[in-house]
Design a protein around this ligand. Structure first.
Ligand code: HEC
Length: 101
């Protein structure tokens, strides 16, 4: 009985997160807002770090550090604050899948 109700609570807690997870197309559109500074498809032409091909976990961790103010930043803290954790994960996954030139 306890197990069944625990599963029920788990399903309720997890369902909204899945419902809000951005699609790949939405992730690509969000990632396009990074292109001015990090290059087309995350391949930087210098000045900033490339995001293309960087493991998802690394980009997601850095974005969360910016968001929390735990990573030195000029612009990224402000930018990172504008994204939910689900959006950060989706963008990080999208960049990880781009070829690093
Ligand atoms: C206005 C220019 C600008 C835009 C737009 C921008 N960035 Fe940045 N990004 C920077 C700068 C500059 C840094 C270096 C840290 C700082 O000064 O904030 C940086 C650093 C980073 C880093 C850390 C790189 C490393 O390896 O240390 C990540 C990850 C990152 N940006 C992701 C993103 C993502 C994702 C987006 C789009 C949502 C984005 N950036 C949009 C300018 C920008």
């Amino acid at each position: 009985m306890r197990t069944i109700s625990a599963i029920g609570i788990f399903a309720i807690a997890v369902a909204p997160a899945f419902a809000q997870a951005p699609t790949t197309a939405q992730a690509r559109d969000m990632a396009a807002t990074c292109a001015n500074c990090h290059g087309t498809n995350g391949v930087s032409s210098g000045g900033t770090d490339s995001l293309a091909g960087v493991p998802k976990a690394e980009t997601a961790r850095k974005m969360r550090e910016y968001k929390a103010g735990n990573r030195p930043s000029t612009v990224m803290q402000q930018l990172a604050k504008g994204f939910t954790d689900e959006q950060i994960d989706a963008m990080a996954a999208w960049f990880a899948a781009q070829p690093a030139k």
